[in-house]
Write a protein that binds this ligand. Sequence first.
Ligand code: NAP
Length: 418
Amino acid sequence: MSTQNKDLRCGLIGEHLGHSFSPIIHSQLANYSYELFELVPSELKDFMSSGRLDAFNVTIPYKKAVMPYLDEISDEALLIGAVNTVVKKKDGKLIGYNTDYFGFSYMIDVLGVEIKGKSAIVLGSGGASATVCAVLSDRGASKITVISRGGKDNYENLHLHYGAEIIVNATPLGMYPNNGISPIDLKKFTNCKAVFDLIYNPSRTRLLLDAKKLGIPHINGLSMLVAQAAKASEFFTGNKVDGESIKKIIEDISAKTENIILIGMPGCGKTTVGKILAEQTDRKFIDADEEFSKHHSMTPAEAITSLGEERFRELEHETLSRICKESSAVIATGGGVVTREYNYDLLHQNGRIVYILRDIDKLSREGRPLSQNSSLQKLFEARKDAYIRFSDIMIESTEIPELTAKKIIDAINKKETE
Ligand code: NAP
């Protein structure tokens, strides 16, 4: 990284930027400063004339709104009708570009799906949808239909498009904090060859989890986000960003934001190992049982005794729905989460699931009603297949929690390089 751009003042403007990944991406692209500016619409005009930044990115809801303040707009941005990158030239003129075009093209290349000759539907008719349509058209899609709530093609007559081969979600449906919802029932699209979801938080939206189950090639929006930032950085500095750097940043962010979810029998060491893992991987630690107790003013053990297991599982699912939306966390789950298949998607939406296997006679039994009331061996027999089915990685516990944590980190790093 060169030092010549360190005085450049860059940033991002938008209305809600709380969960933006842009600062972390730009910090890896170059060494200019990169600040977030949350503006309400009435503040946009003053900001545009303030000269506070030398170059900046623009996000929802200002990609169109900045255009009247610019002195020049690139052909691509004019065609798409949206600007996401603004650069102030030496003479003070503001030039607008659209780097989302490059970002979505990059995303298609990462998935490696041929667009030429295929029919596509694009969900949503906002700024990102216009970019997606331009790229799909340039790549030779045979037909592109925008599905818009108020348009001619909408969610009421979606059956007319069940033959679509390419599906792109350019709506915010399913995005954090409204995880778990999908704009469409993917099963109905029996001819679908690829699903692109522009959302990157969570890393697997409901739509992408469904695509995975149906065996349809799919990809989230992280590669687009990083690629558009790389192109913006080129406009900011004039320096080219190579493909290897883009790839490395995508992998790095994906690894940093992923949750590590620990499953296993009660007393296998999920909490003890989890705390060590969190410290060693710079993640926050969340104990699902503790969160349950805080929220319901009773421990899982008390809930099972007083409400019965079925009701407890429903409440546990609600707790998991909240905590699994987080990113960059180690989450220790209760031993029975795998007994309910519907918990799988929740755990998997942002996380890698690690099964800690421990000998039955070494499990800690303190304060665990299910462990005491039924034979642990029977419980294990009933759950063991589900533990394996849920897990991405299986680790045999050691007597030393630090060593078990290290085994987990090694296994995760190994999987990443595979
Ligand atoms: P936008 O301009 O606000 O447009 C979103 C469109 O989605 C709206 O025009 C609307 O279309 C539809 N929509 C909104 N709420 C909806 C709802 N409740 N149900 C169904 N449809 C709804 O936003 P955008 O800039 O196009 O961004 C769209 C999505 O793409 C966002 O999730 C954004 O984070 C993501 N994005 C990702 C990247 C990336 O780099 N990965 C880049 C740009 C955008 P209709 O009114 O026509 O239905």
